[in-house]
Design a protein around this ligand. Sequence first.
Ligand SMILES: [Zn+2]
Ligand SMILES: [Zn+2]
Length: 430
Amino acid sequence: MKKVKNELLIKNGRVIDPANGIDEVMDVLIIDGVVEKVGKIDQTAEIVIDATGKIVTPGLIDIHTHFREPGDEEVETIASGSMAAVAGGFTSVVTMPNTDPPIQDETSVEYIHRKARVARKTHVYVMGAITKDRAGKELAEMGLMARAGAVGFTDDGNGIQDAAVMSMALKYSTMTGLVVAPHCQDDSFGSSGVMNSGYNSTVLGLPGTDVLAEEMMLWRDIQLLKRTKAKYHVQHISTKGSVKIIKEAKEDGLAVSCEVTPHHLLLTDDSICDYDTNYKVNPPLRTNEDIEALRQAIADGLVDALVTDHAPHLQSAKDLEFLAAPFGIDSIECALPLYVKALIDSKVIGWPKMIAMMTCRPAGIIGIDKGTLGVGKQGDVTIIDPDAKWKVDTAKFYSKSRNCPYQGWDVKTKVSYTIVGGEIRYQNKD
Ligand SMILES: [Zn+2]
Ligand SMILES: [Zn+2]
């Protein structure tokens, strides 16, 4: 007889499992790391968690994060990023390849996987570079990276300027079945931009990035996509015009998906008025009109994934003058309450739709069998206290970096437990 090694029972939580259309108070039983039963469960178990008043969801999935390893281990490592991820409720993340050296071959994909197994916190998936050295000229070894377990391709941080190269990447990706997930930025519209191009950039005397830099490349890619059967996912859309392009592409039946970040739903370029580099991010913070368009796109179901674009940087780098400081916001530990603020408290959508964009929908984009509490699936679960109020305090971050513009914000909703493969990997003890 098989000996039961590990039993975990989560009692009386509001189970929200959008993939299975579930939203009701139930129990979840995980045995040996696998979901055994969801419903009214009378038996007891080795470990029992009382989730009364809490929300129980499939483990959250963030398909856009930067863990800086290899190359910048003083900023973040797979281990520190993994710990920060579970503290933020994420049981699976996808790291970007803009490391030093970039993730662009089998060995580097395997390196990240190995480090993640040792860290033993969240599942870490990898996107490989589309082009060699992310230079936009020559395709990287996409086939070999796919074989090593990469879940998609991106040159995140850089747009692919050459349309022929992008066309080739889309065609080649169909042989792997994986998604191509570009950062859309046409450098002819502002490669030197450090903020949104508009009234504020003029007043501050800083070079701006035009909304067209994003929209032109996105539009170009959509035209290319009409010629292939590739899977295309545009990263961090930030403008009203991008929403319109996505809407039309989806109406045309193209295999296109998109993501947004918390900062593009909560912050505008007005924040930069005192040159605080914690607001320097790429694509840049835009305007209220863009925020409204993105929120409406979410309400209309046009946005597929909510991501963090967690981008840690050293304080010494962010202390440089605005022009020289790097782009990026450290946010994985507070992204969930930020989304609650932007979407639920603002009555854009309710919990089930939001959870879908943080579980089953991103899982579908990268093609992993996760994001659901279906029987037989891996026991990845996030237990959330929706009413817990707290103050963002970067001193308590597990991330190695502190470049977070939300420092001191009063937020609501806290992660209580993060469970990966039936194991409690994070428990809030406040
Ligand atoms: Zn990017
Ligand atoms: Zn990024």
